[in-house]
Every structure is written in structure tokens, then in C-alpha cells.
Ligand binder design. Structure first.
Ligand code: FAD
Length: 467
């Protein structure tokens, strides 16, 4: 086994493995240290298995309404264990895919726990036993990701049985009867969707005034309405005072809308954020500085210590796979001596895959107001889209916020079917500084959901056709 490489990447998640591939494409020799499975959180216990479960949830709800489509079924029964096993198989296939990509790109994967040593050296406690010291001729890239955070101060400490993180929720054999989900960001909202479809009585509890708090308020409203219609209890602006763990479950006391509630649940899923994996890495000895708990990086993902780079969740928000992958490419190119295009962090799409989906890019209307920008809003509801009607998915809207003077796209927000796919037209537009006129100029096929994007652009110009 080689021990000297141009680049050593620590962590095989979407940040680390993409960085390793890009470095190899640029002719550098690469060693990648991973203590667990290739693919990181995203592939194994994040993006991929949740989307597999969300597809099962979507199918369950579709079948429940099959009669409207002229299809008669018997009683609809769901089995979370079966859906969970399917999601594990998909995660495993993707992880093996990452293994294959490492081989294809001649990247040496070292299985074990890495720790930085002075002089761009990395000590690995190997999974098979023993240690090895690797040396990076050019750079070490830290891509160690993040882990779920619990809230022990109010009694919500993970115990793996009744209070758990997304990881345990993904591995449950059966859907519980009742569940409180604390935190209604993307992860909380996605699990609320999944468990409710599998028959769990879900209460979604969010401290901020609305669910999906980073999204535009109108999008939060669409999801809150849809969730309530499906029987999910949504408590926004709710402050949990105490969690009491009992042998059979958890009692939560919280205040919501001036009303005190004390409710019993079989279990609580805490989806209240993630902590970067910075401990035990030897960052201090290497001179790698932190900022607000995350590794501080510059526009090329270089840290405060020469020859050390950081990417992905460990390098700060947004904690999204595609942000980490792009940082991985930028870091690899900088290490190879290129001048990569700096990342435009204001142009990273957000995507939440509950039903209806939510996707966004750029500023929310609230942010435009805070910045006192002169803007015009264009909206198009899916209820007015022929294509949305054909599939019976008429909830939601496309909202485009344009600058009043120049027509630039300040922000775009979609809540509705396939929002996470539709957003990319607007991502391309914003990345290339297209105006709303240029969006509309491109002929959109009929009937498609994408027509709603063109119509929202037209609406912002006062020329909407189909409403
Ligand atoms: P990670 O994926 O966390 O990978 C880090 C890797 O480093 C791990 O494999 C770990 O084992 C390894 N490692 C850590 N320390 C060491 C060490 N000392 N030595 C060796 N190896 C080490 N993002 C999206 O964009 N879209 C989604 O739909 C989405 N869904 C999500 C759903 C859930 C339930 C969760 C929890 C997250 C989701 N995310 C999603 C976030 C996404 O998973 C992360 O942003 C992404 O995985 C971060 O990639 P990364 O490479 O920075 O780190």
C-alpha cells in the first residue's frame, strides 16, 4: 500500500469522494481515509435512504386515492420495515457505486480513523488493526462531515430507544403509533411526511414561528396546510419546556400559541440541527482554526493552515450534499494549481422532498424586505396548471421575485410536485444572470409543470396568461 500521495482526503462523503475524483482527474495521486462506508451520511443515512422512504410514502398516499384514478384496490396496508429494507438496499448500492468510482479513478481508500499530524501527515488507526502514517505532498482535505445534535438541557438526550436521531429513525423495523418530531427543517418535515404515510400519528414541533423556517413564508404555509390536511399536528412557535422519559415513551411539555400542552408519545425524533465533526482530529496541532464551531475556510476552501483544506458540512452551512461536492471540486482544482471559479453561496439551491416538495434559490421575500430591495413578485399556482391537474397534484405555487429595475431574479421559490427538479431552470438562470424576460423567452413545452415557471416569470412582468 502506498503511504505518500499528492492529496489525502479525510472522509468519503459527497464532499470527500467528489474532491478525490476531481483531484485524480487533474492527475494527482490521491489517498482517501474513511472510517465507515463510502458515501458518508448522504448515501448511507441521509439524502438517499430518506428519498427512498419518501417515495414509499408518496406511493402509499397515491394508492389510498387510487379510486379517483379509476383503480380499485383492497385495503391499503403499509409496512415500514419493508420500506426501510428497500431504502437500505438502495443506500448500499449507492455506497458500492462510490467504492467503484474510487477504483475507477485509482484512488487508494484506507479504511480507518484519521488524525492529523504535523507536516501534512495523517495517522490512520486502521479498521483491520494497527496504524499507518500517510503523507500528503500537496494538501490534506478535511471532509469529516457532521452528526446529529440532541438537546439534553430539556431532557431530549438521544437514548436510541425513545429519543432518537434521523439515523435510528431510518433503521426502525416498524412505524411507531405516535411520534413527536422536534425541529421542522428539511429533515423534520421529510420524516413527518414518511411516518404519517406509514400510519404514525405525527406531531411536528418547531420553535420558530413557522415550519421550514429558512424557506419563503408562502412555501411554509403550503406545506403546513398540506400536512394538517393529512392529519399531521403542526405546532409552530412552540417552546418545549421539558421532556420526561418513561419506560413506555416520552412526555413532552410545551407551549404553543399561548397554550400549554402536555402530550405523550411513543418516541421523539430530534431533528434540531447537526454538529460538525471537528473533535479528535488534531486540528489545533495542525493550526486549523474554527469559526462558529466549523472549520474556517476561504474562497478556495483553504483553511488557516497552509496545505490544509476543508469542505462539506465540517466547513459550515448550508449543510447540503451538493454544496460539499462543489467545495470538493473547488478545493481539488486549487490544490492542482488552477484558479477555480469561487462558489456563489447565495446560489445554492435548497430542496425539501416532503409532499408537496419545496425548492428555492436566492432570496426569500422576507430577505428582500429586510434588505429594502425594490422588487416585484410573480406567482403562478399549480391549481391553474393543466399538467398539475392531470396528475391531481394542484397544491402549491411557483413564486419568482425579480428586481424592479433590471428584472434580475432575486429569488425563486417552488412548493408543489417535482419542485426539487423544477428549481434547476431557475438555478441555471441565476448562475448566468438571466432576467425574467429571458426565462419567458424560452418556449416551455405544453403541458408541463415547467410552464408554471414561465407563467410566474410572466406574472412578475404583469403578463400572466393562464390566470
Ligand atoms: P458526510 O457525508 O458526513 O461524510 C463524512 C465522512 O467522513 C463520513 O463517512 C465519516 O465516516 C467520515 N469520517 C469522519 N471523521 C473521520 C475520521 N476521523 N477518519 C476517517 N473518516 C472520518 N443533503 C442534501 O443536499 N440533500 C438531501 O436530500 C439531504 N437529506 C438529508 C437527510 C438526512 C436524514 C440527513 C441527516 C442529512 C441530509 N442531507 C441532505 C445532508 C447531507 O447528508 C450532508 O450535507 C452531506 O452528507 C455532507 O457531506 P460531507 O462529505 O461533508 O460529510
Amino acid at each position: 500500500m502506498a503511504t505518500s500521495f499528492d492529496v489525502i482526503v479525510i472522509g468519503g462523503g459527497p464532499g470527500g469522494y467528489v474532491c478525490a475524483i476531481r483531484a485524480a482527474q487533474l492527475g494527482l495521486s490521491v489517498g482517501l481515509v474513511e472510517k465507515d462506508r463510502m458515501g458518508g451520511v448522504c448515501v448511507n443515512i441521509g439524502c438517499i435512504p430518506t428519498k427512498a422512504l419518501l417515495h414509499s410514502a408518496y406511493a402509499a398516499n397515491l394508492v389510498r386515492h387510487a379510486a379517483e384514478l379509476g383503480i380499485t384496490t383492497g385495503e391499503v396496508k403499509t409496512d415500514y420495515g419493508v420500506a426501510m429494507k428497500r431504502s437500505r438496499r438502495i443506500a448500499e448500492t449507492n455506497s458500492k457505486g462510490a467504492d467503484f468510482l474510487m477504483k475507477k479513478n485509482k484512488i487508494e481508500v484506507v479504511k480507518g480513523v484519521a488524525k492529523l499530524k504535523p507536516g501534512r501527515k495523517v495517522e490512520v488507526a486502521k479498521a483491520e488493526g494497527g496504524t499507518v502514517v500517510l503523507e500528503a505532498k500537496r494538501a490534506v482535505v478535511i471532509a469529516t462531515g457532521s452528526r446529529p445534535k440532541d438537546i439534553p438541557t430539556i431532557g431530549l438526550a438521544f437514548n436510541g430507544k425513545t429519543i432518537f436521531s434521523s439515523t435510528e429513525a431510518l433503521l426502525l423495523e416498524a412505524a411507531p403509533k405516535t411520534m413527536a418530531i422536534v425541529g421542522a427543517g428539511a429533515v423534520g418535515a421529510e420524516f413527518a411526511d414518511v411516518f404519517s404515510a406509514f400510519g404514525t400519528q405525527v406531531s411536528l414541533i418547531e420553535a420558530l414561528p413557522r415550519i421550514l423556517p429558512v424557506e419563503d413564508a408562502e412555501m411554509s404555509d403550503v406545506v403546513a396546510k398540506a400536512f394538517k390536511k393529512r392529519g399531521i399536528a403542526v405546532h409552530a412557535g412552540a417552546k418545549i419546556e421539558k421532556a420526561q422519559v418513561k419506560p413506555t415513551g416520552v412526555t413532552l411539555s410545551f407551549e404553543s400559541g399561548g397554550k400549554k400542552e402536555t402530550l405523550d408519545f411513543d418516541c421523539v425524533l430530534v431533528a434540531a440541527g447537526r454538529a460538525p465533526n471537528v473533535e479528535g482530529l488534531g486540528l489545533e496541532e495542525a493550526g486549523v482554526k474554527l469559526e462558529k464551531g466549523f472549520i474556517k475556510i476561504d474562497a478556495t476552501c483553504a483553511t488557516s493552515a497552509p496545505g490544509y483544506y476543508a469542505i462539506g458540512d465540517v466547513a459550515g452551512p448550508p449543510l447540503l450534499a451538493h454544496k460539499g461536492s462543489r467545495e470538493g471540486m473547488v478545493a481539488a482544482e486549487a490544490i492542482a494549481g488552477h484558479q477555480p471559479q469561487p462558489i456563489d453561496y447565495s446560489n445554492v439551491p435548497g430542496a425539501t422532498y416532503c409532499h408537496p416538495e419545496v425548492a428555492s434559490i436566492g432570496l426569500t421575500e422576507e430577505a428582500c424586505q429586510e434588505r429594502k430591495l425594490d422588487y416585484v413578485v410573480g406567482r403562478f399556482p399549480f391549481s391553474a396548471s393543466g399538467r398539475a391537474r392531470t396528475s391531481g397534484e394542484t397544491e402549491g405555487l411557483v413564486k419568482i421575485i425579480r428586481g424592479k429595475k433590471y428584472g434580475e431574479i432575486l429569488g425563486a421559490h417552488i412548493a408543489g410536485a417535482h419542485a426539487t427538479e423544477l428549481i434547476h431552470e431557475l438555478a441555471v438562470a441565476r448562475a448566468n444572470e438571466y432576467t425574467v424576460e429571458e426565462i419567458e423567452l424560452a418556449i416551455h413545452a405544453h403541458p408541463t409543470l415547467a410552464e408554471a415557471v414561465a407563467e410566474a416569470a410572466l406574472d412578475s412582468l404583469g403578463r400572466v396568461v393562464h390566470i
